[in-house]
Every structure is written in C-alpha cells, then in structure tokens.
Design a protein around this ligand. Structure first.
Ligand SMILES: Nc1ncnc2c1ncn2[C@@H]1O[C@H](COP(=O)(O)OP(=O)(O)O)[C@@H](O)[C@H]1O
Ligand SMILES: O=P(O)(O)OC[C@H]1O[C@](O)(COP(=O)(O)O)[C@@H](O)[C@@H]1O
Length: 303
C-alpha cells in the first residue's frame, strides 16, 4: 500500500493574467482552484494511473474541507489529522512568468503531531510512505525525522521530496526514492547553482550514501536518474507550458506507478519525466493518456 504524507497541504489558487502590475489593481483572465501540496499531488496523479494510495497529513478549516472532499470525489482514501486552524491557500500567478506565494500553514499542536506519528507507526513492512513538501512553521524541526524513524522501524519504503535541513535528515534514512530539483541539490551541497558535471558528482555521492533511486529534476532542461546500476539522463519533451505546479510531484508518482507495475528502471524514469512534462503542459495535473502520448518522446541516455 502507498501512503502520502503532506504536513502542509494547500488549496492552490491559480490566477492567469495578461500582465502583472505590482501595486495596481489587476483583473484575472481565468482562475482555477485545486487541492494541492506535494503528497496530495502524488496521490492524485497515482489515482489517474490506476494506483491507490491513502493521503495522510494535517487539514483544517474550510480549505481543509475542500481538499478532503475533492480527494474523496476522485476516489482517494484520506486519513488526515484535523487541526483547529486553516489549511493555507497558495497563490500561483501566471502572467508570462510564474510567480508563487506559498502560505505558512496552520498551528499544529503537539497532540496533533503525535496522532500523525502514531498513524505512520501503524504502517506495515513493504508499504511505501511519501514524505513531501514543507512543514508548517509551528511543527518542531525534527518532525520529518520522527516520522521517518517510525517508518524505518516498520520496514516501510521511504520516498522523499522536500528541501533544506529536512531533506538532509531524510537522506540519511536511506530512502527508496528521493527527488530533489537541481536547486534543492545545490542547497544541500552549499552551492548557489550546479553544473551538470557537479550534479552527476553529487548525485552519485548520494547513492553511495544509501539513496536507492535518486531523480534530480531540472524543469524544462529534463532530469538525471542515479541508482546503483545506472546513471541516466533525459531531456524533457518540448511543448507549451500551461501550469508547471505539480510537475515534480507528477514525476514522483510516475516513477512509483511504473515501478509498482514491474517495469525496468529505465522505463520508470522515462514515465516519470513524461509525467512531469505532461503536467507542465496541462492546466491541472497530468492524466494517464497525456503521459502515454508523451513517453515515446522521452529519450534516455546512459552515462
Ligand atoms: N518547461 C517545461 N517543459 C517540459 N517539461 C517540464 C517543464 N517544466 C517541468 N517539466 C518536467 O517536469 C519535471 C519536474 O520539473 P521541476 O520543475 O524540475 O520539478 P519541481 O516542481 O519539483 O521543481 C522535469 O524534469 C520535466 O520532466
Ligand atoms: O510545501 P511547499 O514547499 O510550500 O510546496 C507546496 C506547493 O507545492 C506543490 O505541491 C507543487 O509542487 P511541485 O511543483 O514541486 O511539484 C503545490 O501544489 C503546492 O502549492
């Protein structure tokens, strides 16, 4: 069974504008409202690929209610801890370039954190737990480590998509899959930007340190895969970007869905890149049909 854990879910409010005039009244051309947050996006994309998962995390207020009811409509099982505050709204402004304002998230009391840790403590050996996204500021800095420790004790496979010190701590738990983007990888190694050579060097180093499968995404420039058996590179297919929010989460879901169906690592990586790009080329997250129409255009290079 796959579980996704989103400590800080969001309602993603996508606003399209011709141009953004800072400090003036702007009127939108069209708007969209989606349930968001990294683990939640992974659950939504997995469902589109026919893979069931249970969404864990914290939700609260009318925004939390919206997320839960949208997920249930899509047939996704939810086992959230309900908190007294309000799930954040993340604003994504599309005016040529994408500008994002991600909220800080609600107060999480110690009792609520303990409840979530107990849910993870009840998972079974062989389950997959996706730990993804930022944590609300009120949570203790070691929340991810505490969840990972419980999961590892239960012999649960960890999938990690976060950044900064939380990513560093989770990488030490020998995750099954990690998917930093190149900025997050650079931050991990104390650099502002990385050349492709450096990405390869650091990617291989993380595999040596125990990460089983590592995908380093680079937006429109494609992605690297690092594993014990192979180092792969794929360019991203070209297309018109409509909304790249959730592209990274779609990669995680694409890799997991393909791996769960028993494909080769090369095929799982190609499917993952196609899923990321298909999401970037559509308004909401990718559909299975969109990914399958793109996957033949993903060419894998062995390094
Ligand atoms: N402009 C784009 N054109 C084509 N594919 C894209 C584009 N942006 C993202 N993607 C696809 O989505 C994947 C993840 O995107 P990225 O922006 O690196 O992730 P994250 O959202 O985690 O930062 C990329 O590896 C690529 O396959
Ligand atoms: O938890 P964070 O880092 O604030 O990110 C939350 C945001 O990330 C998303 O999950 C999208 O993530 P990606 O574009 O990296 O795939 C949005 O749905 C959400 O608004």
């Amino acid at each position: 069974m796959i579980y996704t854990c989103t400590l800080n879910p969001s309602v993603d409010y996508i606003v399209h504008l011709d141009e953004l005039h800072v400090g003036e009244l702007n009127r939108s051309l069209k708007t969209f409202t989606f349930p968001g947050g990294k683990g939640i996006n992974v659950s939504r994309v997995l469902k589109r690929f026919g893979v069931d998962s249970t969404a864990l995390g914290f939700v609260g207020g009318f925004t939390g209610g919206f997320i839960e009811s949208e997920l249930r409509k899509e047939g996704i099982a939810c086992d959230f801890v309900h908190v007294p505050g309000q799930t954040r709204i993340n604003v994504k402004l599309k005016a040529g370039r994408e500008t994002e304002i991600n909220g800080e998230g609600p107060m999480i009391a110690d009792d609520d954190a303990t409840q979530l840790i107990a849910k993870v403590g009840a998972l079974s050996a062989g389950d997959v737990l996706v730990l993804a996204g930022s944590a609300p500021m009120s949570l203790s800095a070691d929340m991810y480590e505490r969840l990972a420790a419980r999961a590892v004790k239960r012999r649960v496979r960890l999938v990690v998509d976060t950044s900064g010190p939380a990513l560093e701590a989770l990488l030490a738990c020998r995750p099954f899959l990690a998917k930093p983007n190149h900025h997050e990888l650079a931050e991990l190694f104390g650099a502002a930007v990385l050349t492709k050579k450096e990405i390869i060097l650091y990617g291989r180093r993380l595999v040596e340190r125990g990460v089983e499968h590592l995908i380093v995404s680079m937006g429109g420039a494609g992605a690297f895969y690092f594993g014990r058996e192979a180092t792969l590179f794929a360019e991203a297919p070209k297309g018109t970007v409509k909304n790249s929010v959730g592209a990274g989460d779609s990669m995680v879901a694409g890799f997991l869905a393909a791996w769960a169906s028993g494909t080769s690592i090369e095929e799982a990586f190609a499917y993952s890149v196609a899923a990321g790009s298909a999401t970037a080329f559509s308004e909401d997250l990718c559909t299975k049909e969109e990914v399958e129409a793109l996957v033949d255009r993903v060419h894998i290079v062995h390094l």
